[in-house]
Ligand binder design. Sequence first.
Ligand code: SF4
Ligand code: SF4
Length: 232
Amino acid sequence: MVVTGDIGCYSLGVFPPLKRIDTILCMGGGVSMAHGMQIAERMQGTGDGKRRKIVGMVGDSTFFHSGITGLLDISYNKGAAVIIVVDNRTTAMTGHQEHPGTGRTLMGEQTISASIEDFGRACGMKNIATVDPYDLKATTETLRHALDSNEPWLIVSRSPCPLYTKSNVGPARQVNQELCKKCKLCLRLGCPAIEYINDEIRVNETLCGGCALCEKVCKDGAFETARGACGE
Ligand code: SF4
Ligand code: SF4
């Protein structure tokens, strides 16, 4: 598939180990480029004879800034791109500013909290799902379902940025070296806390937010709660 990215902390997904974003152009481009590519792909393929799914990514702040117009065009033009809003409840890349979805103004006063899902419905999207990205199984199933459907989808992947909330998701993890088979699958998560040093996989506990995704991808059960780790 082709994944069109946008401007935000998730733009880092263009680099290894994730390497899962193919384009970054401008704010809102994650939605509008996905739409244009999907229509072009439907008409003439992606140029190499292969049929590809088109997925667009955009952050919550960027969605409100300039992602909504592209979403409306997807409905209007009968497109079929899958759009994922990576909603971490803040404007992370530029310093955790508020935005129209957070319920606070830039001066910190309480105000309206705009709903991404409501904007999706107002734009005519029929398929809208909200997932917790730490629930790997449910998130994967939702993505597979959306990609198989040949219809436009809006998927809101929602969980607050731990750097903004200044709270860990759960207790820190460590690697049981006796169980680790050094398959390096966990390194593909792109978690900054997981290190490969001196031929050992380790967790830097000062960087670990306790999200447990490593436990979910490790088939050998090598991740465990760190000794002396604080609770959630
Ligand atoms: S996924 Fe598990 S077994 Fe593989 S390297 Fe990571 S900790 Fe070790
Ligand atoms: S619990 Fe989450 S943050 Fe900690 S090492 Fe595992 S994947 Fe990284």
